[in-house]
Design a protein around this ligand. Structure first.
Ligand code: 13P
Length: 244
C-alpha cells in the first residue's frame, strides 16, 4: 500500500527566529509512523538550520528547486550534490511559480528531476494547468505533457520520484479543487505513471489545502497527501493537515 506524505513549501518566507519556532513546533508535534511522512521544503539559506533542527526528529526536509547542472559557472544556482550535503531528502521541481516567473520549461524541469534522482534526492515534480487551460478543456493534455517530459527523461528512475498536482488557479487563491476534481486528474496521472512502471509513486495534491479541507482530499483513492504552501507556515494548521 502507498504511504501518505505531507510536504510544506515555505516558498520565499521565513527568518531565523521564526523558523526556529516553527521547526521546533512541527518536530515536537509530529511522530513518524510507517507509511506516514512529513517534510518541509525551505529556502536554501535555511537548509542548515532545518538540518540542525530536524536531524534527530521524524520530519524530513528539502529544497524548493535544484539546478540541472552538477557544477560550474552557473551563477546563482544550487546543485543536487550541495543539497545532499545538507541532508535534503526532497527537492521540488517544476513548481508553477518557477515555470511562470523563471521560465522553467518542461525540458528544464525534466533535467532537474533527472539530476536530482541521479544524486539521491527525491524530486517532487509539480504539474498543473492554468485557469485558462482548464476552461479550454486542456487540463489532461497539459498535465500529461508536463509529466510525460519528465518520464521520458528519467526512465526507470521514475518509480523513486513524487508527483504533485497543483492546479495553478488553486494556488494561494483560497479556491481549492474539489476532491472529485482533484481525484479525476490524479487518476489520469496514475494511469500515465503506471504505463512507465511507476504506479506506486506518491501523488500529492496542492493548492489552498487547509486543515478543514485536507481530510476530504486525502481520502480520495489516488491522492496520497499534500504539498502545502501558506498553511505550512503555521504549525497548528500544518500539523492538523498532517493528522488528516
Ligand atoms: P497554497 O497552499 O498557499 O495555495 O500553495 C500551494 C503551493 O503552491 C504549494 O507548493
Amino acid at each position: 500500500m502507498r504511504g501518505k506524505l505531507v510536504v510544506g513549501n515555505w516558498k520565499m518566507n521565513g527568518g531565523l527566529v521564526a523558523n526556529a519556532a516553527l521547526l521546533g513546533e512541527i518536530s515536537t508535534g509530529f511522530t513518524r509512523t510507517d507509511g506516514r511522512e512529513l517534510a518541509v521544503c525551505v529556502p536554501y539559506p535555511y537548509l542548515m538550520q532545518a538540518q540542525a533542527a530536524l536531524s534527530s526528529t521524524g520530519v524530513a526536509w528539502g529544497a524548493q528547486d535544484v539546478s540541472e547542472h552538477a557544477a560550474g559557472a552557473f551563477t546563482g544556482e544550487v546543485s543536487a550534490g550541495m543539497l545532499v550535503e545538507f541532508g535534503c531528502r526532497y527537492a521540488i521541481v517544476g513548481h508553477s511559480e518557477r515555470r511562470q516567473y523563471f521560465c522553467d520549461s518542461d525540458a528544464v524541469v525534466a533535467a532537474k528531476a533527472a539530476t536530482a534522482l541521479a544524486t539521491g534526492i527525491i524530486p517532487i515534480v509539480c504539474v498543473g494547468e492554468t485557469l485558462g487551460e482548464r476552461d479550454a478543456g486542456a487540463t489532461e493534455a497539459v498535465v500529461l505533457r508536463q509529466l510525460g517530459a519528465v518520464l521520458e527523461t528519467v526512465g526507470e528512475d521514475a518509480s523513486r520520484m513524487v508527483v504533485a498536482y497543483e492546479p495553478v488557479w488553486a494556488i494561494g487563491t483560497g479556491r481549492t479543487a474539489t476532491p472529485t476534481e482533484a481525484q479525476a486528474v490524479h487518476a489520469t496521472l496514475r494511469a500515465r505513471l503506471a504505463k512507465s512502471g511507476a504506479a506506486e509513486v506518491p501523488l500529492l495534491y496542492g493548492g489552498s489545502v487547509k486543515a478543514d479541507n485536507a481530510r476530504a482530499l486525502f481520502e480520495m483513492a489516488d491522492i496520497d497527501g499534500g504539498l502545502i504552501g501558506g498553511a505550512s507556515l503555521k504549525s497548528t494548521e500544518f500539523l492538523a493537515i498532517a493528522r488528516a
